[in-house]
Design a protein. Structure first.
Length: 77
């Protein structure tokens, strides 16, 4: 039995899970880019640091960037 490329996926990773993770990351990237366009004072008022947003953008896809930012915010309180 032959399989085509659309039926193949990474072992151990459900295709819909990957798609959902990718979609969530794309939404995060749009939000983060909007925030990075703001002044540092605005980011601080919102509870973010510029470097944290940049780090979150560079996290691997399997990592939840929003959770990372929330953990950073909680650690500053």
């Amino acid at each position: 039995m032959q399989t085509n490329a659309s039926q193949q996926h990474t072992p151990g990773v459900h295709p819909m899970t990957w798609v959902a993770q990718y979609s969530r990351r794309q939404q995060f990237k749009r939000m983060a880019r909007t925030l990075l366009a703001e002044k540092d004072e605005i980011l601080s008022d919102l509870g973010y640091e510029r470097w944290e947003l940049i780090v979150a953008l560079s996290l691997p896809l399997r990592s939840d960037a929003l959770s990372y930012l929330e953990q950073r915010r909680q650690s500053r309180r």
